[in-house]
Design a protein around this ligand. Structure first.
Ligand code: ADP
Ligand code: MG
Length: 402
């Protein structure tokens, strides 16, 4: 890997500006803000602890919500500082301002190993506009820059990209490094067969990913709502299933591309269909589909069926590398979760390098309890898709070469 890593830096006594993704879900109850899922904070701990143990002074930058460039205490990071203190078992300093004399004075009194969290960088309009004056003001607080905010790396903002130009060294954090290792490194020349499982709500969201991976994958296993746009193209009845009627040409183009490249592009053999989207629905199987018989009129396909589960599981069992993006059904509702659950189970049992990218797919795999039986779950939704499309992420491009 060509980018500088936090592991390459000499850190003792250095003021390290660390960008993390602390954009955690919260709820307000009786006027108190509570973090409902601290996964993102947990994910930053390896880098944070690495820096502390190496004797750095850690100045943490993060964004929270969408305050649109104005101070709005609804989006203060103060509760996150308190939560982080508990996680690392040591007080975390909090600066109510992210640049200027206030944090500068706090930094000046920091000891090696101390941690200071700056207020939400998005309280300044210069963050999202990647303003160089704001980037420079942030940079003045530190000696080196470390970016561990993979989930924000597809944005060219002051604290994710611009800041790097104002410091002599800009390195990736440990989480960023792992994300790049799995979503880029492992997929450069993947162990074969390389199987891509694609599902989720729309073909149109995944076009770029499909086209990029078509150059590398041996087999695609298609599920989720996107399957039914392909059904429509093939003349298989879709009933009330979700179809992107304005994307039929694109779907046809993908099928042609797969044929031309000799890539296997598998669609569901059968599906579960329902008349009602609810947690008490009792879906039934469509049976094997064909142009004569598909999803029933008035019914909606909400999951892959048993024959498809068997086929896809056997493909996963034979694979050496599997990349999965997009659930295979409406997994949020238990009656429609069987396909996604079964394939997650097959993946957990396989010894392939298994990589889950995409927000909802990661949620599904973790929810079914297979999170630590796969090789890697990406923390970035949009960022992971853009990386898989082969795009250069501004937050990565800004880092120093090794
Ligand atoms: P990811 O976040 O992993 O990239 P997407 O955002 O593309 O995935 O899609 C996730 C959503 O797709 C889920 O909310 C799921 O309910 C929905 N979905 C999956 N299959 C179907 C289906 N057959 N019909 C309607 N929605 C579906
Ligand atoms: Mg999603």
């Amino acid at each position: 890997m060509s980018k500088l890593s936090v592991r390459d830096l000499s850190l003792a006594g250095k003021r390290v500006l660390l960008r993390v993704d602390f954009n955690v879900p919260t709820e307000v109850k009786d006027g108190v803000t509570r973090i409902t899922d601290d996964t993102r904070i947990q994910e930053s701990l390896p880098t944070l602890n690495h820096l502390r143990e190496a004797g750095a002074k850690v100045i943490v930058m993060a964004h929270f919500g969408r305050p649109k460039g104005e101070v709005n205490l609804k989006y203060t990071l103060r509760p996150v500082a308190e939560h982080l203190s508990k996680l690392i078992g040591k007080p975390v300093l909090f600066s109510p301002e992210s640049t200027g004399a206030v944090p500068a004075a706090m930094v000046a009194s920091m000891q090696n190993g101390d941690v200071l969290l700056l207020e939400n960088v998005r309280f300044h309009a210069g963050e999202e506009s990647n303003d160089s004056v704001f980037a420079k003001a942030l940079a003045e607080l530190g000696d080196v820059y470390v970016n561990d905010a993979f989930g924000a790396a597809h944005r060219a903002h002051a604290s994710t990209a611009g800041i790097a130009a104002h410091l002599p060294q800009a390195a990736m954090g440990l989480l960023m490094e792992r994300e790049l290792q799995y979503l880029q490194g492992e997929l450069t020349s993947p162990a074969r067969p390389f199987v891509v499982i694609l599902g989720g709500s729309k073909v149109s969201d995944k076009i770029g990913v499909i086209k990029a991976l078509m150059q590398k994958a041996d087999t695609f296993l298609i599920g989720g709502a996107m399957a039914y746009t392909f059904f429509r193209v093939l003349g298989i009845p879709t009933g009330n299933s979700r179809v992107e009627a304005d994307k039929l040409n694109l779907a046809q183009e993908i099928l042609d591309l797969a044929k031309a490249k000799g890539v296997r592009f598998l669609l569901p053999l059968d599906n579960m269909e329902t008349q009602e989207i609810s947690a008490t629905a009792q879906p039934r199987s469509t049976g094997l589909v064909s142009p004569q018989k598909g999803v029933s009129e008035g019914w909606e396909a909400v999951d892959i069926g048993p024959a498809t589960i068997e086929l896809y599981s056997s493909e996963v069992a034979k694979a050496k590398t599997v990349l999965w993006n997009g659930p295979l059904g409406i997994f949020e509702l238990p009656p429609f979760a069987n396909g996604t659950h079964s394939i997650a189970k097959a993946l957990a049992a396989s010894d392939a390098v298994s990589i889950i990218g995409g927000g909802d797919s990661v949620t599904a795999v973790k929810q079914f309890g297979f999170g630590d039986q796969v090789s890697f779950c990406s923390t970035g939704g949009g960022a992971s898709l853009e990386l898989l499309e082969g795009k250069v992420l501004p937050g990565v491009a800004a880092l120093s070469e090794k």
